[in-house]
Design a protein around this ligand. Structure first.
Ligand SMILES: Nc1ncnc2c1ncn2[C@@H]1O[C@H](COP(=O)(O)OP(=O)(O)OP(=O)(O)O)[C@@H](O)[C@H]1O
Ligand SMILES: [Mg+2]
Length: 226
C-alpha cells in the first residue's frame, strides 16, 4: 500500500534527514516508527502526506508515485490520510462537533449527512456526550480524541500519528494507543511515530527503528530498543 523506494531527503543547509530508505507497508498494518530526536521520523510521515517531497527516490501510495499526482489530485490524496500531532491543533473557538464536522462543512456536505457522520465518529472515540463543549473544557486525552475523530471524518485509509501522546500522562497515553489499536482493527492502517518506549513495547506490533536517517531495524512484533 505504501512503498518508500530508495528515498533520501536532504533539507536546505545540507541536512540529511533520510538516507536510502526502503520500506513497504501493507494495508491494515500497525507500524510504530521509533528513533531519537531528529532522526527523520516526522520527515518520513511528511513525505506521505506531501508536506515534503523526496530529494531522491519515490514514495508510492496505492501503486501511484506521489510525485506523479496532478495538483487537482493532491486534496483527494490528503483525504485518504488522516493526521494527528502532539499538539492537537483544535479550533478553540469551535465546539467539539464543529471541530470534527469542519472538513465536511467546507466540502459542502448536507447537514443530515454531517450529523450522522460526526455522531458515528464521536461514538468511536467515546466523546458522544461532549459534542457541545469547547476544546478548553476537555482534558488533554479528550482533546487528542477529538483530533482523532477529526482525522477519521473522511474515512481515511491511513492514520498517521506523529508523537500523539507526547503531551499526555501515562493513563491518557495508553487510552489513546488503545483507541489507535481499535481504529486499526476496524481496518485503518496506522503509522505511529513515537519516543514512548513503554507503549511501543506494549503494542507489540511492527517496529521500524530509524537512526540518523537510516532504517536500522524493522521487526514484526518488535520492541522499542534503539
Ligand atoms: N524544514 C526543515 N528544514 C531543515 N531541516 C529540517 C527541516 N525539518 C527537519 N529538519 C531536520 O531534519 C532532521 C530530521 O527531522 P525530523 O523532524 O524528521 O526528526 P524526528 O525524528 O521527527 O525528530 P523528533 O523526534 O524530535 O520529532 C533533523 O536534523 C531536523 O533538524
Ligand atoms: Mg518528529
Amino acid at each position: 500500500m505504501i512503498h518508500y523506494r530508495n528515498v533520501s531527503k536532504i533539507y536546505s543547509g545540507d541536512v540529511l534527514a533520510l538516507k536510502n530508505v526502503d520500506l513497504e507497508i501493507e494495508r491494515g498494518e500497525f507500524v510504530s516508527i521509533v528513533g531519537q530526536s531528529g532522526t527523520g521520523k516526522s520527515t518520513l510521515l511528511k513525505l506521505l502526506i506531501l508536506e515534503e517531497i523526496p530529494t531522491t527516490g519515490q514514495v508510492i501510495f496505492n501503486n501511484r508515485d506521489l510525485a506523479s499526482l496532478r495538483s487537482h489530485e493532491i486534496p483527494l490524496h490528503r483525504r485518504r490520510i488522516g493526521v494527528i500531532f502532539q499538539d492537537f491543533k483544535l479550533l478553540n473557538k469551535r465546539t467539539i462537533f464543529e471541530n470534527v464536522s469542519f472538513a465536511l462543512e467546507v466540502a459542502g456536505r448536507p447537514g443530515n449527512e454531517i450529523r450522522r457522520n460526526v455522531s458515528q465518529i464521536l461514538e468511536i472515540v467515546g466523546l458522544s456526550e461532549k459534542f457541545s463543549k469547547y476544546p478548553n473544557q476537555l482534558s488533554g486525552g479528550e482533546q487528542q480524541r477529538v483530533a482523532i475523530a477529526r482525522a477519521l471524518i473522511n474515512h481515511p485509509e491511513v492514520l498517521v500519528a506523529d508523537e500523539p501522546t507526547g503531551n499526555l500522562d501515562m493513563i491518557n497515553t495508553w487510552e489513546i494507543i488503545e483507541l489507535l489499536l481499535r481504529i486499526n482493527k476496524l481496518g485503518t492502517t496506522v503509522l505511529l511515530a513515537t519516543h514512548n518506549k513503554d507503549t511501543v513495547d506494549r503494542i507489540a506490533k511492527r517496529v521500524i527503528a530509524i537512526d540518523k536517517g537510516n532504517v536500522i531495524r524493522d521487526q514484526k512484533e518488535g520492541k522499542y530498543m534503539i
